[in-house]
Design a protein around this ligand. Structure first.
Ligand code: PGA
Length: 255
């Protein structure tokens, strides 16, 4: 039995037109209330569609066990920020979570820990759970700096007021995202223990409740091994979350 209730979150990234997204979300919701009932009893499942699909997907799955989240939010509530979406807007559409600081945003949009922290703070203020992403590059791992880099990102990206029940952390080694490569179970275990230890320093006893996800090339074939690691409380899944049967298989590997 796992100490914490696990979370399997799907990051659709910039994929999905309305019909595909609705089909995928509806089939997951139907599964959770049918063949996946056993999974539903032990695992939370969440999909994070592109901003354009948050509203229709949230409407389509309202009242089912499937949660809906955003992939990013701005750090302020409203104002002159063309093209951005605020945490309050996502909440208004029915989202419960929002991913912040994903490595693709840290790279494509040069987001810093400070900006990620401000976005996570906005999510908390709006009543969303931020899923705060951290992870080292391949060069940093090769240089023996993975633990130090991730620890620095954790401390730099965690907002004031964060505790073990109002935020989620996703450890995603940059070199494992979309590559089919994953760290060894020992390396994942070591990193998650380190994050838990850092969390104890920042949050005290509530760190025991903190959900720490692993992300990066999680597939049906490796999910059971990764999800069995102590201190791994679920997964943030990219590519494999776009196919209902693969995403269901990953969630099933938790129970
Ligand atoms: P991947 O992506 O599962 O396709 O590697 C994970 C992520 O970017 O969250």
């Amino acid at each position: 039995m796992h100490v914490r209730r696990q979370l399997i979150a799907g990051n659709w990234k910039m994929n999905g037109l309305r019909a595909d997204g609705l089909d995928l979300a509806r089939s997951l919701a139907v599964w959770l209330n049918g063949d996946g009932a056993d999974v539903r009893d032990h695992v939370d499942m969440l999909v994070c569609p592109p901003a354009t699909l948050v509203a229709p997907v949230a409407e389509a799955v309202a009242g089912t066990p499937l949660g809906v989240g955003g992939q990013d939010c701005h750090a302020v509530e409203k104002g002159a920020h063309t093209g951005d979406v605020s945490a309050w807007m996502l909440k208004d559409l029915g989202a419960s979570h929002v991913i912040v600081g994903h490595s693709e945003r840290r790279t494509d949009h040069h987001e810093t820990d400070e900006q990620v922290r401000a976005k996570a703070a906005a999510a908390l203020a709006a009543g969303l759970v931020p899923i705060i992403c951290i992870g080292e590059t391949e060069g940093e791992r090769d240089a023996g700096q993975a633990l130090a880099v991730v620890s620095r990102q954790f401390n730099g990206s965690l907002p004031e007021g964060a505790n073990g029940t109002n935020v989620v952390i996703a450890y995603e080694p940059v070199w494992a995202i979309g590559t089919g490569r994953t760290p060894t179970t020992e390396d994942v275990a070591e990193m998650h223990q380190r994050i838990r230890a850092d969390a104890r320093e920042r949050m005290g006893a509530s760190a025991e409740a903190l959900v720490i996800l692993y992300g990066g090339s999680v597939k049906p074939g490796n999910a059971a091994e990764l999800m069995a690691i102590d201190d791994v409380d679920g997964a943030l899944v990219g590519g494999a979350s776009l196919k209902a049967t693969d995403f269901q298989a990953i969630a099933s590997a938790c129970v």
